[in-house]
Write a protein that binds this ligand. Structure first.
Ligand code: ATP
Ligand code: MN
Length: 307
């Protein structure tokens, strides 16, 4: 695909088997168009995920992965999967997770082979919670302590990315006062996510409470710009600071995941400097790799802290 990227597929063959991490992944219908507006094919998606794997994997590894699949391309209704489907290769890592209505077996995206297999399944979007399996329990004994805090900034009707940036800056200052250091991610859809690495001493409930307090404090100080209440009607012209995704049973789209929107936008970690640019916009698949090669991963330090 793009400059310096190793193609993993043979451009002439619609069906083929590639070997990654000593696993054989069977790829089919590679020339199928998944994004009609841009002509982006399943091959492009497979090549994207293979190339971004080294950067993306640290952010998804050991987390239960919910997938949104568009087998017939965007514009169709996606299939939403928590459970592993039949036909999942035996080498895909998995963990059980119980929830209100039963137990699901989720795949873990541990390696490039798994990411490419998901691309083969047209799982354009990968969503994960803010905790990992295998982390020690929180100091209060609660399991699955989050290793990052997330704030999801959602622009209401009449607001956009520019307002999200304004709110992100205000939130950053408050988080910094708490000793946290957030990194922005343009969501690949309408808004922005902020991620701050945590050391994992607090439960998901505690982190959710902190995020909620922060959202209310922002609203109290900047009522013209911020809402902390989910009610859609309150959001017009403002930005909802959605604190609720710190809940242990909720997910957020993973950093570097594609989105199933009209164009192949990516949930992309950005620098604060970039966020200051008046030209800031959501970026597409073919813009991501050259950028990652040139500038590295703005979220990389988060993974270091969280280890
Ligand atoms: P945008 O920038 O447009 O808000 P987003 O990915 O942040 O894009 P949201 O609607 O704000 O989308 O949702 C935030 C996250 O919550 C999603 O990334 C997804 O992981 C999760 N989510 C949203 N809606 C659902 C749903 N119906 N079922 C399960 N998870 C959902
Ligand atoms: Mn959002």
């Amino acid at each position: 695909m793009s400059e310096g990227g190793e193609m993993i597929t043979d451009a002439d063959q619609d069906t083929q088997v590639v070997t990654l991490d000593d696993r054989e992944v069977r790829l089919t219908h590679l020339s199928k168009v998944l994004y009609p507006e841009t002509g982006t094919t399943k091959r492009d998606v497979v090549e994207y995920y293979a190339a971004v794997a080294a950067t993306m994997l640290p952010h998804v590894r050991d987390r239960p992965a919910t997938r949104k699949r568009w087998p017939d391309g965007v514009g169709q209704d996606p299939f939403f999967h928590k459970d592993l489907g039949r036909g999942t290769p035996e080498w895909v890592a998995r963990r059980d997770l119980s929830h209100q209505t039963g137990t699901s077996t989720y795949p873990l995206v541990q390696d490039t082979a798994t990411l490419v297999w998901l691309a083969q399944m047209a799982a354009l979007e990968i969503h994960v919670p803010q905790w990992r399996f295998g982390r020690p329990a929180a100091s209060n004994g609660a399991p699955r302590s989050p290793d990052r805090l997330v704030l999801d900034l959602d622009p209401g009707e009449g607001a956009g990315l520019a307002q999200c940036v304004e709110v992100a800056r205000l939130a950053r200052r408050m988080l910094q006062d708490m000793g946290l250091d957030p990194v922005p991610v343009t969501s690949g859809s309408k808004g922005l996510h902020l991620y701050a690495p945590l050391e994992g001493h607090d439960s998901a409930e505690q982190v959710t409470a902190v995020a909620h307090d922060l959202a209310r404090a922002l609203e109290a100080d900047h009522g013209d710009l911020v809402v902390s209440d989910m009610k859609k009607s309150l959001r017009a012209g403002k930005v909802l600071v959605d604190w609720s995704q710190n809940n242990g049973s909720k997910t957020t789209v993973a950093p570097y995941s594609l989105r199933g929107r009209s164009r192949p936008w990516v949930a992309l970690p950005r620098t604060w400097r970039e966020l200051g640019s008046p030209q800031l916009r959501q970026l597409e698949l073919d813009e991501v790799l050259p950028r990652v090669r040139r500038r590295g991963d703005p979220l990389a330090d988060d993974v270091e802290v969280a280890r």
